[in-house]
Each structure stands twice: as structure tokens, then as C-alpha cells.
Design a protein around this ligand. Structure first.
Ligand code: NZQ
Ligand code: ZN
Length: 385
């Protein structure tokens, strides 16, 4: 186990009827609230009314920044930053999924500087201060509610870049599983795929060869993500299943799984972000289209890790390491298909002739993320699965 510092400052209120605390929790940090939300789901499911009432009752002055789109855009972030500055907002409240929370994080960072917020994503500027952020999570997927990361698409340069800084942790996040009951089957599935992918990134790229504690934690999270997703798809209003999926997705990317692994990479996300910068595909769908190819490419040279995954997650015990590895990848791919998440990029209607352009884009992100061991030949092999 490698040395590590684990410090996650986000306070979580988890469970039924927790949304009504958002006013009190947010007013701990400021009174002039910028309320950030998406393209309308919170108005349909009653959350908008509950949140604005709670904020109002706590004495907040609310400025609204709605209309965040899935895979949030830099241009919309910039409008939010101007709004926060013009209205002297001193705290931001995000109500939505990963896209809404990420856009809110970018506004928190951009509202305290004069330069373009994109300079943080390209490493040209570092974050020194942010506005405080509270969130109400509405979709189990990204883990953004309890981590320091954010992902924004610069539509002018067709770059979708991720960036993390400890000042971006939300102060408080409210996770009421009942709120996710209105998430449709497709985004429920994509969210579960995203949670699984967050674990796989650490599981298959970790530096330290012997990490039994983290392995069991990660293997358990993958099993829970699959099982709870299946239960939710069966019974969309099953609160317990929604709760299991929600907490699994948060734990999958809040720093816990990576502690002690040493250096890790995010190759699947590097490729997915590069693809979804050109095509506005749901993040989880982009990942399930990439993961089987990525796993087959790497299992060919390093079957042991993939065979342990097959053994522990899918109970595949017979055969050589390579045979078990292949069977495990097939089993995960079959699960993707069973939850109707695409397993090839052509299933995303992305023409094969676009693969070089996606690989090119991935390489620019690999440089920013300092992932030297990737070249376009490798990326194209993964995409051609
Ligand atoms: O726009 P609204 O109305 O919110 O509708 C959304 C959106 O259309 C809808 N939705 C969300 N909650 C709902 C709901 N519909 C009905 N009922 C509810 N309760 O679902 C759609 C997708 O929402 P979105 O926020 O885009 O999904 P997700 O949470 O998967 O976030 C995806 C974004 O997160 C980034 C991805 O790159 C992508 O941009 N990620 C952020 C990470 C982070 N900050 O750590 C890590 C992840 O790997 C990921 O990259
Ligand atoms: Zn992800």
C-alpha cells in the first residue's frame, strides 16, 4: 500500500426528506445564492419548488442560472460567471446531475477571477479561491457531489477537459434517493456504467501491485452498481435500490477507492471525453462503447488483473488467466447490452472514419493529464473494437 492523504471535506446528508435542509445548509456560507439547474427536470418533479422554498425560508436572495445542458458548455459557464459577478452572489447551489454540479463548480472558480475560466482547464492558471458550493444531487452517476473534479466542453475548440482542485469540493451535498426516481431508464443505466467505469479506471491502472483492501472495495462497488441498477430498471420506484445505486456512485469517485494505490490513470475517460467533445453522447453511453475495447487491448498483455476481475466480480473460476480475462470482459459487455448501453462506437452512430480525429483529440487531453503512455495507434485500436 502506498502512502496517501485522504481528506474529503464534503458533508453528506443522505436519505428521505433531506432536501428541505438545503436552505439552512446553503445559508451557512452566504445569502446571495446563484441557483444552477438543468433543462427542466427539476421543474417537472417538484424539486425546484421545494428547493426555492427552502432557500427563501432561510432568507436567501436567489439569482437563477437554469438551462445547463448535459455535457455542459464553456459558453454557458461564462454566462453563469457574469451573472454571479453582476449579482454579487456569495454562494452557489447546484440542483441536478453531474453536468449541473460541474458547471456550478466552474462558476465557483470563474467568479473569483478576471481571466477566462478555461485557463484553469488547460493548466495556464491555478485556482486560488472559489465561491462555496452546496448541491442537491438528482442523478446517481458522476460522483461530482462528493469530489473535487469538474468536466466542461469548450465548444469552440471541440475539447472536453476535466480538472480537479481541492477548492472545488462541495461544502454540503444532499442525496435523497427518492429524487432520482424520475430518472429515465437510459440515464439510470448510463449512470451505473459511469460509476463502474470510475472504479475500473483505478482497478486496472493502479501502480501498486498488491492492494487487497482496495481491490475488495472496488470489486464490491462494481457488483453493487450492476445489481442495484438491475433492480432499479426492474422497479424504477424501488427506494432501496435507488439508495444503493446512489451511494455506490458517490463512493466510486470520492477518493476512497484510489487511496493507497499510488499513481493511477483515467484512460477510458480520456478517450470518452475526446469522443463526446465532438458528439454530444451521454457520458455513460460513451464509456460503455469504449470499455470492452480498452479491456481487450490491455488484457492481451496483462491478463492476470483481468482474470482476478472475472473471478471476483463474475465468479469465473475455470480456465487460464487469458481465458478467464476474456470471459470476464464478455460478461461485463453482456451486462452493458442487457441495460441497453451501447458497446461499440458505431452503436453511437459515430462513423469509423472519424476515429483518427477522436484519437488526435484524446492525445491533447493525454498531454494535459500527463498520460505519456498513450499514442494514437493504441487509442485507435481501442476504438476499433
Ligand atoms: O438537464 P436536466 O433537466 O437536469 O435533465 C438531466 C439530463 O437531461 C436528466 N436528469 C437528471 N436528474 C434527473 C433527470 N431527469 C429526470 N429526473 C431526475 N432526477 O438526466 C440527463 C443527464 O444529466 P447529467 O447531469 O448530464 O448526467 P450525469 O450526472 O451523468 O453527468 C454527466 C456529466 O458529468 C461529467 C460528464 O463528463 C458529463 O459532463 N462527469 C463529471 C465527473 C466529476 N465531476 O467528477 C466525473 C465523471 O467521470 C464525468 O466525467
Ligand atoms: Zn465518468
Amino acid at each position: 500500500m502506498q502512502n496517501f492523504v485522504f481528506h474529503n471535506p464534503t458533508k453528506i446528508l443522505f436519505g428521505k426528506n433531506t432536501v428541505s435542509s438545503i436552505g439552512e445548509e446553503t445559508l451557512l456560507f452566504g445569502k446571495n445564492v446563484l441557483l444552477v439547474y438543468g433543462s427542466g427536470s427539476i421543474k417537472k418533479n417538484g424539486l425546484y419548488k421545494e428547493v426555492t422554498q427552502s432557500l427563501g425560508a432561510a432568507g436567501a436572495t436567489i439569482t437563477e442560472h437554469g438551462g445547463v445542458q448535459s455535457n455542459p458548455l464553456l459558453s454557458h459557464v461564462q454566462v453563469g460567471i457574469q451573472l454571479a459577478k453582476d449579482n454579487k452572489c456569495d454562494v452557489i447551489c447546484a440542483v441536478g446531475g453531474g453536468s449541473v454540479i460541474d458547471e456550478a463548480k466552474a462558476i465557483c472558480a470563474g467568479a473569483t477571477v478576471q481571466h477566462d475560466v478555461w485557463k484553469f482547464f488547460t493548466g495556464k492558471k491555478s485556482i486560488k479561491s472559489t465561491l462555496p458550493l452546496t448541491t442537491v444531487l438528482t442523478l446517481a452517476a458522476s460522483g461530482s457531489e462528493m469530489n473535487s473534479g469538474m468536466v466542461i466542453t469548450n465548444e469552440t475548440t471541440s475539447q472536453k477537459f476535466g480538472f480537479a482542485n481541492k477548492l472545488l469540493f462541495p461544502k454540503t451535498s444532499i442525496l435523497d434517493p427518492a429524487v432520482t426516481c424520475s430518472v429515465p431508464a437510459d440515464y439510470t443505466a448510463y449512470g451505473a456504467v459511469d460509476a463502474v467505469a470510475h472504479v475500473l479506471e483505478f482497478y486496472f491502472t493502479k501502480e501498486d501491485p498488491y492492494t487487497p483492501v482496495q481491490d475488495r472495495l472496488m470489486e464490491g462497488l462494481v457488483i453493487n452498481a450492476m445489481e442495484s441498477c438491475n433492480r432499479v430498471l426492474n422497479t424504477p420506484n424501488d427506494y432501496q435500490a435507488r439508495a444503493d445505486l446512489m451511494w455506490t456512485a458517490t463512493l466510486a469517485l470520492n477518493g476512497l477507492t484510489g487511496a493507497g494505490l499510488g499513481k493511477v490513470g483515467f484512460p477510458m475517460h480520456m478517450i470518452e471525453h475526446s469522443l463526446s467533445a465532438f458528439y454530444n453522447v451521454p457520458h455513460g453511453a460513451g464509456l460503455s462503447a469504449i470499455i470492452p475495447g480498452w479491456m481487450r487491448y490491455h488484457a492481451a498483455t496483462k491478463p492476470q488483473r483481468f482474470s482476478q476481475f472475472a473471478d471476483r466480480v463474475f465468479d469465473i473460476r475455470k480456465g487460464s488467466s487469458s481465458e478467464k480475462a476474456e470471459e470476464g470482459i464478455n460478461a461485463l459487455e453482456s451486462w452493458f447490452k442487457a441495460i441497453s448501453s451501447p458497446t461499440t462506437i458505431s452503436a453511437l452512430n459515430i462513423p469509423k472514419e472519424d476515429i483518427p480525429k477522436i484519437a488526435e483529440n484524446a492525445l491533447t487531453l493525454a498531454k494535459v493529464w500527463r498520460m505519456q503512455d498513450y499514442d494514437s495507434e493504441k487509442i485507435e485500436a481501442v476504438l476499433n473494437n
